[in-house]
Design a protein around this ligand. Structure first.
Ligand SMILES: NC(=O)C1=CN([C@@H]2O[C@H](COP(=O)(O)OP(=O)(O)OC[C@H]3O[C@@H](n4cnc5c(N)ncnc54)[C@H](O)[C@@H]3O)[C@@H](O)[C@H]2O)C=CC1
Ligand SMILES: O=C(O)CCC(=O)C(=O)O
Length: 521
Protein backbone atom coordinates (compact mmCIF):
# COMPACT_ATOMS: atom_id res chain seq x y z
CA UNK A 1 0.00 0.00 0.00
CA UNK A 2 1.74 3.14 -1.20
CA UNK A 3 -0.97 5.75 -1.56
CA UNK A 4 -2.03 5.67 -5.19
CA UNK A 5 -4.71 6.39 -7.70
CA UNK A 6 -5.29 3.14 -9.62
CA UNK A 7 -6.22 3.75 -13.24
CA UNK A 8 -6.51 0.30 -14.79
CA UNK A 9 -3.17 -1.42 -14.20
CA UNK A 10 -1.33 1.84 -13.50
CA UNK A 11 -0.63 3.40 -10.08
CA UNK A 12 -0.64 7.19 -10.33
CA UNK A 13 0.05 10.05 -7.97
CA UNK A 14 -1.04 13.66 -7.81
CA UNK A 15 0.09 17.06 -6.57
CA UNK A 16 -2.82 17.17 -4.10
CA UNK A 17 -2.96 14.90 -1.05
CA UNK A 18 -5.41 14.15 1.75
CA UNK A 19 -5.29 12.32 5.08
CA UNK A 20 -7.83 10.34 7.05
CA UNK A 21 -8.60 10.94 10.73
CA UNK A 22 -8.35 8.28 13.41
CA UNK A 23 -11.80 8.80 14.94
CA UNK A 24 -10.74 7.24 18.25
CA UNK A 25 -8.11 9.93 18.86
CA UNK A 26 -9.22 12.73 16.58
CA UNK A 27 -5.65 12.83 15.18
CA UNK A 28 -4.80 12.81 11.51
CA UNK A 29 -3.33 9.48 10.39
CA UNK A 30 0.18 10.10 9.04
CA UNK A 31 -0.21 8.38 5.61
CA UNK A 32 -0.98 10.82 2.78
CA UNK A 33 -3.12 9.82 -0.17
CA UNK A 34 -3.12 11.41 -3.61
CA UNK A 35 -6.37 12.99 -4.70
CA UNK A 36 -7.59 11.83 -8.08
CA UNK A 37 -8.29 14.63 -10.55
CA UNK A 38 -10.43 15.18 -13.61
CA UNK A 39 -7.70 13.73 -15.87
CA UNK A 40 -7.74 10.49 -13.83
CA UNK A 41 -11.53 10.31 -14.11
CA UNK A 42 -11.26 10.66 -17.85
CA UNK A 43 -8.46 8.09 -18.19
CA UNK A 44 -10.29 5.56 -15.96
CA UNK A 45 -13.58 5.97 -17.86
CA UNK A 46 -11.88 5.63 -21.24
CA UNK A 47 -10.12 2.44 -20.14
CA UNK A 48 -13.38 1.12 -18.71
CA UNK A 49 -15.12 1.79 -22.01
CA UNK A 50 -12.32 0.07 -23.95
CA UNK A 51 -12.58 -2.98 -21.66
CA UNK A 52 -16.36 -3.09 -21.70
CA UNK A 53 -17.38 -5.29 -24.63
CA UNK A 54 -14.57 -7.80 -24.18
CA UNK A 55 -15.43 -8.15 -20.48
CA UNK A 56 -19.22 -8.10 -20.93
CA UNK A 57 -19.13 -10.79 -23.62
CA UNK A 58 -16.88 -13.05 -21.54
CA UNK A 59 -18.29 -16.49 -20.78
CA UNK A 60 -19.92 -16.57 -17.33
CA UNK A 61 -17.17 -18.91 -16.10
CA UNK A 62 -14.55 -16.21 -16.72
CA UNK A 63 -16.49 -13.54 -14.81
CA UNK A 64 -17.21 -15.97 -11.97
CA UNK A 65 -13.54 -16.95 -11.69
CA UNK A 66 -12.64 -13.25 -11.52
CA UNK A 67 -15.08 -12.61 -8.65
CA UNK A 68 -13.66 -15.60 -6.79
CA UNK A 69 -10.12 -14.37 -7.38
CA UNK A 70 -11.03 -10.99 -5.87
CA UNK A 71 -12.33 -12.80 -2.78
CA UNK A 72 -9.14 -14.84 -2.56
CA UNK A 73 -6.93 -11.75 -2.94
CA UNK A 74 -8.87 -9.90 -0.23
CA UNK A 75 -8.34 -12.79 2.19
CA UNK A 76 -4.67 -12.89 1.23
CA UNK A 77 -4.21 -9.32 2.53
CA UNK A 78 -4.56 -10.88 5.96
CA UNK A 79 -4.74 -8.94 9.18
CA UNK A 80 -3.38 -5.70 7.69
CA UNK A 81 -6.81 -5.12 6.22
CA UNK A 82 -8.56 -5.45 9.57
CA UNK A 83 -5.99 -3.33 11.39
CA UNK A 84 -6.24 -0.61 8.78
CA UNK A 85 -10.06 -0.58 8.87
CA UNK A 86 -10.06 -0.48 12.68
CA UNK A 87 -7.78 2.55 12.68
CA UNK A 88 -9.71 4.42 10.00
CA UNK A 89 -13.25 3.73 11.19
CA UNK A 90 -13.11 3.09 14.93
CA UNK A 91 -15.11 -0.11 14.33
CA UNK A 92 -14.07 -3.08 16.48
CA UNK A 93 -12.15 -6.12 15.22
CA UNK A 94 -14.97 -8.72 15.46
CA UNK A 95 -17.31 -6.50 13.49
CA UNK A 96 -14.69 -5.95 10.77
CA UNK A 97 -13.75 -9.61 10.62
CA UNK A 98 -17.44 -10.41 10.19
CA UNK A 99 -17.70 -7.77 7.53
CA UNK A 100 -14.75 -9.22 5.63
CA UNK A 101 -16.50 -12.61 5.69
CA UNK A 102 -19.66 -10.98 4.38
CA UNK A 103 -17.71 -9.23 1.59
CA UNK A 104 -15.97 -12.39 0.47
CA UNK A 105 -19.18 -14.42 0.78
CA UNK A 106 -20.99 -11.83 -1.32
CA UNK A 107 -18.39 -12.06 -4.12
CA UNK A 108 -18.67 -15.86 -4.07
CA UNK A 109 -22.46 -15.73 -4.08
CA UNK A 110 -22.36 -13.57 -7.21
CA UNK A 111 -19.82 -15.95 -8.78
CA UNK A 112 -22.29 -18.81 -8.25
CA UNK A 113 -25.12 -16.74 -9.71
CA UNK A 114 -23.08 -15.82 -12.78
CA UNK A 115 -22.07 -19.47 -13.45
CA UNK A 116 -25.63 -20.67 -13.15
CA UNK A 117 -26.61 -18.32 -16.00
CA UNK A 118 -30.27 -17.59 -15.26
CA UNK A 119 -29.47 -13.85 -14.94
CA UNK A 120 -28.77 -13.75 -18.70
CA UNK A 121 -32.48 -14.52 -19.17
CA UNK A 122 -31.85 -16.11 -22.59
CA UNK A 123 -35.14 -16.28 -24.52
CA UNK A 124 -35.88 -17.77 -27.90
CA UNK A 125 -39.16 -17.39 -29.75
CA UNK A 126 -38.72 -19.61 -32.83
CA UNK A 127 -39.73 -18.31 -36.22
CA UNK A 128 -43.17 -19.29 -37.55
CA UNK A 129 -42.68 -19.09 -41.30
CA UNK A 130 -46.13 -20.54 -41.98
CA UNK A 131 -48.07 -18.27 -39.64
CA UNK A 132 -51.01 -16.55 -41.32
CA UNK A 133 -51.68 -13.86 -42.24
CA UNK A 134 -47.95 -13.01 -41.79
CA UNK A 135 -44.98 -15.18 -40.85
CA UNK A 136 -43.36 -14.58 -37.44
CA UNK A 137 -39.65 -13.80 -37.43
CA UNK A 138 -37.24 -15.59 -35.08
CA UNK A 139 -36.74 -13.50 -31.93
CA UNK A 140 -34.00 -14.04 -29.35
CA UNK A 141 -33.02 -11.87 -26.40
CA UNK A 142 -30.65 -11.78 -23.50
CA UNK A 143 -29.79 -9.39 -20.70
CA UNK A 144 -26.59 -7.46 -21.37
CA UNK A 145 -24.34 -5.33 -19.21
CA UNK A 146 -25.09 -1.58 -19.34
CA UNK A 147 -21.49 -0.35 -19.64
CA UNK A 148 -18.98 1.25 -17.23
CA UNK A 149 -20.49 1.86 -13.78
CA UNK A 150 -19.41 4.48 -11.21
CA UNK A 151 -19.57 3.21 -7.62
CA UNK A 152 -19.45 5.30 -4.43
CA UNK A 153 -18.71 3.36 -1.25
CA UNK A 154 -20.21 3.98 2.17
CA UNK A 155 -18.30 5.14 5.24
CA UNK A 156 -20.12 2.81 7.64
CA UNK A 157 -19.23 -0.49 5.97
CA UNK A 158 -15.61 -0.02 4.85
CA UNK A 159 -15.58 -3.52 3.33
CA UNK A 160 -19.07 -4.84 2.56
CA UNK A 161 -20.42 -1.54 1.12
CA UNK A 162 -17.13 -0.14 -0.13
CA UNK A 163 -14.50 -0.96 -2.78
CA UNK A 164 -15.39 -4.66 -3.24
CA UNK A 165 -18.86 -4.31 -1.71
CA UNK A 166 -22.27 -5.17 -3.06
CA UNK A 167 -22.45 -2.48 -5.75
CA UNK A 168 -19.04 -3.40 -7.17
CA UNK A 169 -19.75 -7.13 -6.96
CA UNK A 170 -23.12 -6.85 -8.70
CA UNK A 171 -21.83 -4.51 -11.42
CA UNK A 172 -18.81 -6.75 -12.15
CA UNK A 173 -21.09 -9.81 -12.11
CA UNK A 174 -23.30 -8.17 -14.72
CA UNK A 175 -20.26 -7.61 -16.96
CA UNK A 176 -19.82 -3.90 -16.22
CA UNK A 177 -16.36 -2.40 -15.62
CA UNK A 178 -16.30 -0.39 -12.39
CA UNK A 179 -14.75 3.01 -11.73
CA UNK A 180 -14.77 3.32 -7.97
CA UNK A 181 -14.80 6.66 -6.12
CA UNK A 182 -12.92 5.92 -2.88
CA UNK A 183 -14.48 7.08 0.39
CA UNK A 184 -12.16 9.68 1.95
CA UNK A 185 -12.69 8.32 5.49
CA UNK A 186 -10.92 4.98 4.83
CA UNK A 187 -8.32 5.51 2.10
CA UNK A 188 -5.78 2.91 3.28
CA UNK A 189 -8.43 0.20 3.63
CA UNK A 190 -9.88 1.25 0.28
CA UNK A 191 -6.55 1.05 -1.47
CA UNK A 192 -5.70 -2.38 -0.03
CA UNK A 193 -8.94 -3.75 -1.45
CA UNK A 194 -8.55 -1.82 -4.71
CA UNK A 195 -5.13 -3.38 -5.21
CA UNK A 196 -6.61 -6.83 -4.53
CA UNK A 197 -9.11 -6.21 -7.35
CA UNK A 198 -6.44 -4.76 -9.63
CA UNK A 199 -4.32 -7.90 -9.12
CA UNK A 200 -7.34 -10.12 -9.78
CA UNK A 201 -7.87 -8.32 -13.10
CA UNK A 202 -4.35 -9.20 -14.18
CA UNK A 203 -4.40 -12.69 -12.58
CA UNK A 204 -7.48 -13.47 -14.70
CA UNK A 205 -6.06 -11.96 -17.90
CA UNK A 206 -8.86 -9.39 -18.14
CA UNK A 207 -8.50 -6.01 -19.83
CA UNK A 208 -7.04 -3.53 -17.34
CA UNK A 209 -9.95 -1.09 -17.60
CA UNK A 210 -12.31 -3.52 -15.83
CA UNK A 211 -11.50 -1.73 -12.57
CA UNK A 212 -10.12 1.66 -11.51
CA UNK A 213 -9.95 3.32 -8.12
CA UNK A 214 -10.15 7.09 -7.67
CA UNK A 215 -9.56 8.28 -4.10
CA UNK A 216 -10.35 11.79 -2.95
CA UNK A 217 -12.50 13.91 -0.66
CA UNK A 218 -13.84 16.49 -3.12
CA UNK A 219 -17.37 16.56 -4.42
CA UNK A 220 -15.98 17.74 -7.76
CA UNK A 221 -14.30 14.36 -8.22
CA UNK A 222 -17.55 12.44 -7.66
CA UNK A 223 -19.50 14.89 -9.78
CA UNK A 224 -17.02 14.61 -12.67
CA UNK A 225 -17.27 10.84 -12.53
CA UNK A 226 -21.07 10.82 -12.70
CA UNK A 227 -21.04 13.46 -15.44
CA UNK A 228 -18.51 11.56 -17.55
CA UNK A 229 -20.18 10.61 -20.85
CA UNK A 230 -18.78 7.05 -20.82
CA UNK A 231 -20.36 6.19 -17.44
CA UNK A 232 -23.69 4.39 -17.88
CA UNK A 233 -24.98 3.93 -14.29
CA UNK A 234 -24.15 4.82 -10.69
CA UNK A 235 -24.25 2.86 -7.43
CA UNK A 236 -24.16 4.89 -4.20
CA UNK A 237 -24.64 4.39 -0.45
CA UNK A 238 -24.48 7.43 1.78
CA UNK A 239 -26.27 10.62 2.71
CA UNK A 240 -29.51 11.87 1.27
CA UNK A 241 -27.82 15.13 0.23
CA UNK A 242 -25.03 13.24 -1.57
CA UNK A 243 -27.43 10.86 -3.30
CA UNK A 244 -29.70 13.70 -4.42
CA UNK A 245 -26.76 15.72 -5.76
CA UNK A 246 -25.59 12.76 -7.85
CA UNK A 247 -29.13 12.06 -9.10
CA UNK A 248 -29.38 15.68 -10.26
CA UNK A 249 -26.08 15.51 -12.12
CA UNK A 250 -27.04 12.19 -13.73
CA UNK A 251 -30.44 13.53 -14.83
CA UNK A 252 -28.94 16.72 -16.30
CA UNK A 253 -26.36 14.96 -18.48
CA UNK A 254 -26.81 15.07 -22.24
CA UNK A 255 -27.44 11.33 -21.87
CA UNK A 256 -29.16 10.84 -18.49
CA UNK A 257 -28.21 7.65 -16.64
CA UNK A 258 -29.74 5.70 -13.73
CA UNK A 259 -28.48 6.32 -10.19
CA UNK A 260 -29.05 3.56 -7.65
CA UNK A 261 -28.63 5.45 -4.39
CA UNK A 262 -29.33 4.00 -0.97
CA UNK A 263 -29.89 6.99 1.31
CA UNK A 264 -31.94 7.59 4.43
CA UNK A 265 -34.36 5.45 6.39
CA UNK A 266 -35.72 5.49 9.94
CA UNK A 267 -36.99 1.89 9.87
CA UNK A 268 -40.24 1.86 11.87
CA UNK A 269 -40.62 -0.89 14.47
CA UNK A 270 -44.24 -1.66 15.36
CA UNK A 271 -44.78 -3.07 18.84
CA UNK A 272 -48.17 -4.75 18.53
CA UNK A 273 -50.29 -4.98 21.67
CA UNK A 274 -50.51 -8.70 22.40
CA UNK A 275 -46.77 -9.26 22.00
CA UNK A 276 -46.01 -6.07 23.90
CA UNK A 277 -48.18 -7.17 26.82
CA UNK A 278 -46.33 -10.51 26.96
CA UNK A 279 -42.77 -9.18 26.72
CA UNK A 280 -42.58 -5.38 27.05
CA UNK A 281 -39.47 -5.14 29.26
CA UNK A 282 -37.55 -7.83 27.35
CA UNK A 283 -38.36 -6.15 24.05
CA UNK A 284 -37.08 -2.86 25.45
CA UNK A 285 -33.73 -4.45 26.28
CA UNK A 286 -33.45 -6.24 22.93
CA UNK A 287 -34.28 -3.02 21.08
CA UNK A 288 -31.34 -1.24 22.72
CA UNK A 289 -29.02 -4.01 21.46
CA UNK A 290 -30.05 -3.26 17.87
CA UNK A 291 -30.09 0.52 18.41
CA UNK A 292 -26.55 0.73 19.73
CA UNK A 293 -24.90 -1.86 17.49
CA UNK A 294 -22.05 -0.18 15.59
CA UNK A 295 -22.89 3.13 17.33
CA UNK A 296 -26.17 3.02 15.44
CA UNK A 297 -24.38 3.71 12.17
CA UNK A 298 -26.59 1.51 10.03
CA UNK A 299 -29.10 2.70 7.50
CA UNK A 300 -31.26 -0.09 8.96
CA UNK A 301 -31.05 1.32 12.49
CA UNK A 302 -34.44 1.22 14.30
CA UNK A 303 -35.00 4.98 14.51
CA UNK A 304 -38.77 4.94 15.07
CA UNK A 305 -40.90 2.88 17.47
CA UNK A 306 -44.66 2.83 17.02
CA UNK A 307 -46.87 1.68 19.85
CA UNK A 308 -50.50 1.84 20.95
CA UNK A 309 -50.42 3.98 24.10
CA UNK A 310 -50.98 2.38 27.49
CA UNK A 311 -49.16 0.80 30.45
CA UNK A 312 -47.33 -1.73 28.23
CA UNK A 313 -45.74 1.15 26.34
CA UNK A 314 -44.44 2.44 29.70
CA UNK A 315 -43.11 -1.04 30.56
CA UNK A 316 -41.28 -1.12 27.21
CA UNK A 317 -39.74 2.27 27.94
CA UNK A 318 -38.67 1.03 31.39
CA UNK A 319 -36.93 -1.99 29.85
CA UNK A 320 -35.29 0.15 27.19
CA UNK A 321 -34.21 2.78 29.72
CA UNK A 322 -32.55 0.17 31.96
CA UNK A 323 -30.49 -1.11 29.05
CA UNK A 324 -29.83 2.30 27.53
CA UNK A 325 -28.45 4.04 30.61
CA UNK A 326 -25.86 1.26 30.84
CA UNK A 327 -24.94 1.27 27.17
CA UNK A 328 -21.37 2.35 26.49
CA UNK A 329 -20.64 5.29 24.24
CA UNK A 330 -19.00 4.17 20.99
CA UNK A 331 -16.64 5.93 18.61
CA UNK A 332 -18.34 7.18 15.47
CA UNK A 333 -16.87 6.86 12.00
CA UNK A 334 -15.82 10.42 11.29
CA UNK A 335 -15.79 13.79 13.03
CA UNK A 336 -18.44 14.95 10.51
CA UNK A 337 -20.81 12.06 11.25
CA UNK A 338 -20.30 12.62 14.99
CA UNK A 339 -21.03 16.35 14.66
CA UNK A 340 -24.18 15.62 12.63
CA UNK A 341 -25.30 13.11 15.27
CA UNK A 342 -24.79 15.58 18.14
CA UNK A 343 -26.64 18.30 16.24
CA UNK A 344 -29.53 15.89 15.54
CA UNK A 345 -29.81 14.92 19.21
CA UNK A 346 -29.66 18.55 20.29
CA UNK A 347 -32.41 19.47 17.84
CA UNK A 348 -34.65 16.71 19.25
CA UNK A 349 -33.81 17.64 22.86
CA UNK A 350 -34.67 21.29 22.16
CA UNK A 351 -37.80 20.37 20.25
CA UNK A 352 -40.77 21.18 22.39
CA UNK A 353 -42.71 18.24 20.95
CA UNK A 354 -40.38 15.40 21.99
CA UNK A 355 -39.33 14.29 25.48
CA UNK A 356 -35.92 12.82 26.21
CA UNK A 357 -36.46 9.42 27.88
CA UNK A 358 -32.88 8.27 28.45
CA UNK A 359 -29.27 8.64 27.35
CA UNK A 360 -26.41 6.16 27.29
CA UNK A 361 -23.14 6.51 29.15
CA UNK A 362 -20.82 9.40 28.44
CA UNK A 363 -17.68 8.38 26.52
CA UNK A 364 -14.13 9.56 26.90
CA UNK A 365 -13.00 9.73 23.29
CA UNK A 366 -13.46 12.75 21.06
CA UNK A 367 -16.07 11.29 18.68
CA UNK A 368 -18.14 9.02 20.87
CA UNK A 369 -21.88 8.67 20.48
CA UNK A 370 -24.11 8.41 23.55
CA UNK A 371 -27.26 6.54 22.65
CA UNK A 372 -30.56 8.41 23.12
CA UNK A 373 -34.24 7.61 23.25
CA UNK A 374 -37.03 10.16 22.86
CA UNK A 375 -40.80 9.88 22.92
CA UNK A 376 -43.67 11.86 21.48
CA UNK A 377 -47.37 11.57 20.67
CA UNK A 378 -48.69 10.61 17.26
CA UNK A 379 -50.43 13.97 16.90
CA UNK A 380 -47.12 15.81 17.48
CA UNK A 381 -45.31 13.48 15.13
CA UNK A 382 -47.89 13.99 12.42
CA UNK A 383 -47.80 17.75 12.73
CA UNK A 384 -44.02 18.21 12.52
CA UNK A 385 -41.87 16.67 9.77
CA UNK A 386 -38.70 17.49 11.79
CA UNK A 387 -39.56 14.56 14.06
CA UNK A 388 -39.38 12.03 11.23
CA UNK A 389 -35.94 13.10 9.95
CA UNK A 390 -33.17 10.52 10.16
CA UNK A 391 -30.53 11.17 12.82
CA UNK A 392 -27.72 8.84 11.74
CA UNK A 393 -26.52 7.07 14.91
CA UNK A 394 -27.91 5.37 18.00
CA UNK A 395 -31.02 7.44 18.61
CA UNK A 396 -34.67 6.55 18.29
CA UNK A 397 -38.08 8.11 18.83
CA UNK A 398 -41.05 6.25 20.33
CA UNK A 399 -44.43 7.47 19.07
CA UNK A 400 -47.48 6.81 21.21
CA UNK A 401 -50.59 6.29 19.07
CA UNK A 402 -53.98 6.53 20.75
CA UNK A 403 -55.60 3.92 18.51
CA UNK A 404 -55.22 1.90 15.33
CA UNK A 405 -56.46 4.77 13.17
CA UNK A 406 -53.69 7.01 14.49
CA UNK A 407 -51.10 4.25 13.98
CA UNK A 408 -52.27 3.92 10.37
CA UNK A 409 -52.09 7.70 9.91
CA UNK A 410 -48.49 7.69 11.13
CA UNK A 411 -47.59 4.86 8.76
CA UNK A 412 -49.25 6.60 5.86
CA UNK A 413 -47.39 9.83 6.58
CA UNK A 414 -43.97 8.17 6.52
CA UNK A 415 -41.53 8.49 3.65
CA UNK A 416 -40.29 5.34 1.90
CA UNK A 417 -38.25 3.03 4.15
CA UNK A 418 -35.74 0.22 3.80
CA UNK A 419 -37.44 -1.86 6.49
CA UNK A 420 -40.43 -2.18 8.79
CA UNK A 421 -40.44 -4.54 11.76
CA UNK A 422 -43.45 -6.13 13.45
CA UNK A 423 -43.20 -7.44 16.98
CA UNK A 424 -46.26 -9.62 17.20
CA UNK A 425 -47.75 -12.91 18.33
CA UNK A 426 -50.88 -14.81 17.41
CA UNK A 427 -53.06 -12.31 19.22
CA UNK A 428 -51.79 -9.61 16.84
CA UNK A 429 -52.45 -11.50 13.58
CA UNK A 430 -55.61 -9.63 12.65
CA UNK A 431 -54.09 -6.20 13.27
CA UNK A 432 -50.91 -7.20 11.43
CA UNK A 433 -53.06 -8.31 8.49
CA UNK A 434 -54.69 -4.87 8.34
CA UNK A 435 -51.31 -3.11 8.57
CA UNK A 436 -49.60 -5.26 5.98
CA UNK A 437 -50.91 -3.50 2.82
CA UNK A 438 -49.76 -0.16 4.26
CA UNK A 439 -46.31 -1.55 5.01
CA UNK A 440 -45.98 -3.14 1.58
CA UNK A 441 -46.54 0.26 -0.02
CA UNK A 442 -43.88 1.95 2.11
CA UNK A 443 -40.92 -0.38 2.55
CA UNK A 444 -38.51 -2.79 0.90
CA UNK A 445 -38.34 -5.45 3.64
CA UNK A 446 -40.90 -6.37 6.29
CA UNK A 447 -39.71 -8.56 9.14
CA UNK A 448 -41.29 -10.09 12.21
CA UNK A 449 -39.94 -10.54 15.73
CA UNK A 450 -36.38 -9.58 14.93
CA UNK A 451 -34.44 -6.36 14.41
CA UNK A 452 -33.71 -4.68 11.10
CA UNK A 453 -29.93 -4.26 11.54
CA UNK A 454 -27.80 -6.93 9.91
CA UNK A 455 -28.89 -7.64 6.36
CA UNK A 456 -28.48 -11.20 5.08
CA UNK A 457 -26.84 -11.49 1.66
CA UNK A 458 -29.04 -14.01 -0.16
CA UNK A 459 -31.07 -14.50 -3.33
CA UNK A 460 -34.37 -13.27 -1.90
CA UNK A 461 -33.01 -10.31 0.09
CA UNK A 462 -34.32 -6.83 -0.70
CA UNK A 463 -32.28 -3.95 0.66
CA UNK A 464 -34.15 -1.19 -1.09
CA UNK A 465 -37.43 0.63 -0.81
CA UNK A 466 -39.32 3.66 -2.09
CA UNK A 467 -37.71 7.13 -2.10
CA UNK A 468 -35.89 8.41 -0.09
CA UNK A 469 -34.76 5.03 1.25
CA UNK A 470 -33.43 4.63 -2.26
CA UNK A 471 -33.60 6.57 -5.49
CA UNK A 472 -35.30 3.66 -7.23
CA UNK A 473 -37.54 1.35 -5.23
CA UNK A 474 -37.65 -1.26 -8.00
CA UNK A 475 -34.32 -2.70 -7.00
CA UNK A 476 -32.07 -3.86 -4.16
CA UNK A 477 -28.44 -3.11 -3.32
CA UNK A 478 -27.91 -6.34 -1.35
CA UNK A 479 -28.46 -9.89 -2.58
CA UNK A 480 -28.24 -11.37 -6.05
CA UNK A 481 -31.22 -9.41 -7.44
CA UNK A 482 -28.86 -6.40 -7.32
CA UNK A 483 -27.39 -7.56 -10.64
CA UNK A 484 -30.59 -6.44 -12.40
CA UNK A 485 -29.65 -2.80 -11.88
CA UNK A 486 -26.77 -3.07 -14.31
CA UNK A 487 -28.43 -5.07 -17.10
CA UNK A 488 -30.67 -4.26 -20.04
CA UNK A 489 -32.38 -6.58 -22.50
CA UNK A 490 -31.14 -6.73 -26.09
CA UNK A 491 -33.19 -8.46 -28.77
CA UNK A 492 -31.90 -10.16 -31.94
CA UNK A 493 -34.49 -10.63 -34.68
CA UNK A 494 -33.65 -12.97 -37.58
CA UNK A 495 -29.95 -12.60 -36.83
CA UNK A 496 -27.86 -15.48 -38.19
CA UNK A 497 -26.36 -17.87 -35.64
CA UNK A 498 -22.79 -16.83 -36.33
CA UNK A 499 -23.58 -13.20 -35.45
CA UNK A 500 -25.47 -13.99 -32.24
CA UNK A 501 -23.86 -13.71 -28.81
CA UNK A 502 -22.77 -17.17 -27.65
CA UNK A 503 -25.50 -17.18 -25.02
CA UNK A 504 -28.19 -17.27 -27.72
CA UNK A 505 -26.69 -19.64 -30.27
CA UNK A 506 -28.72 -22.59 -31.45
CA UNK A 507 -26.49 -25.29 -29.93
CA UNK A 508 -26.47 -23.45 -26.54
CA UNK A 509 -22.67 -23.64 -26.16
CA UNK A 510 -22.78 -22.12 -22.65
CA UNK A 511 -25.39 -24.67 -21.49
CA UNK A 512 -27.59 -21.87 -20.24
CA UNK A 513 -31.13 -22.27 -18.95
CA UNK A 514 -33.36 -21.09 -21.80
CA UNK A 515 -36.93 -19.87 -22.18
CA UNK A 516 -38.22 -21.16 -25.51
CA UNK A 517 -41.58 -19.78 -26.57
CA UNK A 518 -42.17 -18.87 -22.95
CA UNK A 519 -41.35 -22.33 -21.54
CA UNK A 520 -38.34 -22.91 -19.28
CA UNK A 521 -36.08 -25.66 -20.63
N1 LIG B 1 -27.64 5.31 3.71
C1 LIG B 1 -26.67 4.88 4.46
O1 LIG B 1 -26.52 3.72 4.63
C2 LIG B 1 -25.67 5.80 5.02
C3 LIG B 1 -25.95 7.13 5.28
N2 LIG B 1 -25.00 7.96 5.75
C4 LIG B 1 -25.34 9.37 5.99
O2 LIG B 1 -24.35 10.18 5.38
C5 LIG B 1 -23.82 11.11 6.30
C6 LIG B 1 -22.38 11.39 5.95
O3 LIG B 1 -21.68 10.18 5.75
P1 LIG B 1 -20.76 9.90 4.51
O4 LIG B 1 -20.40 8.49 4.49
O5 LIG B 1 -19.63 10.84 4.47
O6 LIG B 1 -21.75 10.10 3.26
P2 LIG B 1 -21.72 11.13 2.08
O7 LIG B 1 -22.99 10.97 1.34
O8 LIG B 1 -21.39 12.48 2.54
O9 LIG B 1 -20.51 10.62 1.16
C7 LIG B 1 -20.55 9.38 0.46
C8 LIG B 1 -19.69 9.49 -0.79
O10 LIG B 1 -20.29 10.37 -1.72
C9 LIG B 1 -19.45 11.46 -2.02
N3 LIG B 1 -20.30 12.65 -2.11
C10 LIG B 1 -21.10 13.13 -1.11
N4 LIG B 1 -21.77 14.22 -1.53
C11 LIG B 1 -21.40 14.42 -2.81
C12 LIG B 1 -21.75 15.41 -3.79
N5 LIG B 1 -22.61 16.39 -3.51
N6 LIG B 1 -21.18 15.31 -4.99
C13 LIG B 1 -20.30 14.32 -5.28
N7 LIG B 1 -19.93 13.38 -4.42
C14 LIG B 1 -20.47 13.42 -3.19
C15 LIG B 1 -18.44 11.52 -0.89
O11 LIG B 1 -17.21 12.11 -1.29
C16 LIG B 1 -18.29 10.06 -0.54
O12 LIG B 1 -17.38 9.43 -1.43
C17 LIG B 1 -24.04 10.45 7.64
O13 LIG B 1 -24.09 11.38 8.68
C18 LIG B 1 -25.36 9.76 7.42
O14 LIG B 1 -26.41 10.65 7.62
C19 LIG B 1 -23.73 7.49 5.96
C20 LIG B 1 -23.38 6.19 5.74
C21 LIG B 1 -24.35 5.22 5.26
O1 LIG C 1 -27.72 -3.61 8.38
C1 LIG C 1 -26.93 -3.97 7.52
O2 LIG C 1 -26.34 -5.06 7.55
C2 LIG C 1 -26.67 -3.12 6.32
C3 LIG C 1 -26.91 -1.69 6.63
C4 LIG C 1 -26.64 -0.81 5.49
O3 LIG C 1 -26.91 -1.13 4.36
C5 LIG C 1 -26.03 0.48 5.74
O4 LIG C 1 -25.98 0.91 6.88
O5 LIG C 1 -25.57 1.09 4.77
Amino acid sequence: MTGAILVGGEARSSDRFFQATDPATGELIEARFPEAGIEDVDAACRLADLAFMDYAMSPPTRIAAFLEKIAENILAIGDDLIVSAMRETGLPRPRLEGERGRTVGQLRLFAGLVRQGEWIDARIDPAMPDRAPAPRPEIRSRKMALGPVAVFGASNFPLAFSVAGGDTASALAAGCPVVFKGHPAHPATGELVARAIQSAVSDCGLPEGVFSYLPGPSHELGQALVAHPLITAVGFTGSRAGGLALMKTAAERETPIPVYAEMSSINPVLLLPSRLKAAAEALGGAFVGSLTMGAGQFCTNPGLLLVLDGPDADRFLDGATKALVESAALTMLTPGIHAAYCAGIEALADHGGARLVARGLVGEGPHMARAALFETSASQFLSDPVLSREVFGSTSLLVRCKDEAELCAVLEGLEGQLTATLHMDEGDQALAGRLMPRLIRKVGRILANGWPTGVEVTHAMVHGGPFPATSDGRTTSVGTMAIERFLRPVCFQDISDVLLPEALRQDNPLSLPLRVDGQRI
